[in-house]
Design a protein around this ligand. Structure first.
Ligand SMILES: [Zn+2]
Length: 531
């Protein structure tokens, strides 16, 4: 059965605290949603702010492959004419094929919030829907607080959606606006509505009881054919229904049809791209699409997965564009090391025991390889008998200077060996780690000019035993990039400079070693599977 997907990331999603999208961001996300195969994209509320109005002006010029663009707004004001209502005029000016109108279903909201009569509210719904239909729009009527309104006065709640249906609405969408309903209630209400209304139904839920996904699925089972939600569940308070979880549940588990299988394979990419544009950290543990969603850490799990892949996985991660990962930690068995090395394309036969012992020793000192796959790869490669390091760091001196009236300066001197030759270089920087990076590059670039394309993109410091205050152990994670490729390395020491240089050496050594073995540097996340 076909289920229609309605995305409101650009309107309801941006109600999330700390989330703000520029016009360019909104257009970028809309293009991603269209590419994915979303059926409806709600662009915003044109009557509420100029940015949303500008979005619709741009959207009207663009070509959409799959999606219909929807403009959102409320029914006309009380005691006014629809033709002269500023809100409805802004909706028409948005020039979209679809208009979504929200109206009141709950008597409390009509009399106490809108402060009008129950009769006038019905007229507001009827007039507004009829006006949009007269202008040839596909009209989606969002019945706000429907499930709470139905509990308070089911006759009136039904009268509101009947008014919308009679005025010609194409869809009636039942909203759990406060997000407090439970699946049983959602299911019972949808079934009752279905017996009384011919218009096709949709569902719009919020996550205040951590049930937005479950409630959406219950509504679909009870007869709704449209589901509204946002990417990654972004939204006000605890968020909206998360389409990223709803879609695979419907399609992979429940046999419904939402998008084509190859579109579903872009789900992970869609989730991460939107979080990147929204400048929010992706949830590594998100269902289906998180980096950890199919990660295996315990030795027994890994051994089982190596034999039968689905023994510890609820679906094949490839279906949603994710991938299986083997996590390396002190909980690992030799099987983890072997599988991880195979994934990296490193010959590890016979080295597993030695590598595992080394991982356990380093982890006891505070290293962590779960997030530092680059350093783990080097650990495996260095264990091979014929490994020759492209360079050796021999000596490091750093000086940090703070003098009155002068900005703080740092200088680093390094001595390193490449083949038989010794290189001795110095460089200054805005801090000791930066100076060290500059000095190492100066020495390495003459022999390895390709390192000019390697950039450090992230530098994270974590204090491990904070009770030791300034004498605490520090773990440093460095993320480096070359073009589209990224890798992360780790260092750990009581001395932050030493921890930094360990991670720095790994971040520069890895691309050189990889180039020698003609293998690309390990790609991060979805890039490895998106092809
Ligand atoms: Zn909402």
């Amino acid at each position: 059965m076909q289920i229609f997907l309605y995305d409101t990331t650009l309107r309801d999603g941006t109600q999330r605290e700390g989330l703000s999208l520029s016009l360019a961001d909104k257009l970028k996300i809309a293009r991603e949603l269209d590419r994915f195969g979303m059926h409806y994209i709600e662009g915003g509320w044109p009557g509420s702010n100029p940015k949303d109005a500008a979005f619709f002006a741009e959207a009207a010029k663009m070509e959409w492959k799959h999606a219909k663009i929807a403009a959102f707004g409320s029914t006309r004001r009380a005691n006014s004419k629809p033709e002269t209502d500023a809100n409805l005029k802004a909706l028409l000016d948005a020039n979209t094929p679809v208009v979504t109108l929200v109206g009141k279903s709950w008597t409390l909201h009509v009399t106490e919030v809108l402060e009008t009569t129950l009769e006038e509210n019905l007229a507001m719904i009827r007039d507004s829907v009829a006006l949009m239909k007269a202008h040839g729009k596909e009209v989606i009527y969002d019945a706000e607080h429907f499930f709470d309104g139905f509990r308070a006065d089911n006759t009136y709640a039904l009268a509101t959606i009947k008014a919308a249906a009679e005025a010609g609405a194409d869809w009636i969408v039942l909203c759990d606006t406060n997000g407090g309903s439970l699946p049983d209630w959602i299911s019972a209400v949808v079934q009752q509505v279905k017996g009384k209304i011919k218009t096709q139904l949709g569902i719009h839920t919020h996550n205040d009881s951590e049930l937005a996904v479950a409630n959406s699925l219950a509504a679909i089972v009870a007869g709704c054919r449209q589901v509204q939600g946002t990417i990654n569940g972004y939204g006000e308070r605890c968020g909206n229904a998360n389409l990223i979880s709803i879609i695979p549940n419907l399609q992979v588990k429940m046999g419904m049809f939402c998008v084509l299988p190859d579109q579903l394979q872009r789900l992970t990419e869609l989730s991460r791209t939107v979080s990147e544009i929204a400048n929010l950290n992706p949830d590594e543990h998100a269902a289906y699409v998180g980096n950890s969603a199919f990660a295996h850490k315990g030795g027994i799990h890994v051994a089982a997965v190596a034999k039968v892949e689905h023994s510890y996985q609820h679906i094949d991660p490839v279906q949603v564009g994710n991938r299986k990962r083997v996590v390396i930690s002190e909980l690992s068995g030799r099987g983890n090391i072997k599988m991880r090395a195979e994934e990296l394309g490193v010959e590890s036969a016979g080295l597993e025991r030695g590598v595992l012992e080394r991982v356990k020793l380093l982890e006891s000192k505070g290293f962590q390889f779960e997030a530092a796959e680059g350093s783990f790869e080097l650990l495996v490669r260095r264990a091979a008998a014929d490994y020759t390091a492209p360079f050796k760091l021999l000596d490091v001196v750093t000086i940090v200077e703070q003098r009155r009236g002068v900005e703080m300066q740092a200088e680093a001197t390094v001595k390193l060996q490449i083949g038989e030759e010794i290189y001795h270089t110095a460089a200054s920087g805005n801090g000791p780690v930066n100076a060290l990076d500059q000095a190492m590059r100066k020495a390495l670039l003459s022999r390895y000019p390709e390192l000019a394309d390697v950039h450090l993109v992230d530098y994270k410091v974590r204090i491990l035993d904070s009770e030791s205050a300034t004498g605490a152990t520090t773990r440093v994670l460095i993320e480096a990039a070359m073009g589209e490729e990224r890798w992360t390395t780790v260092g750990c020491s009581e001395n932050i400079i030493e921890a930094s240089w360990q991670a720095l050496v790994d971040s520069l050594e890895l691309p050189l070693v990889r180039a020698q073995s003609n293998q690309p540097v390990l790609l991060k996340h979805a890039e490895t599977v998106a092809a």
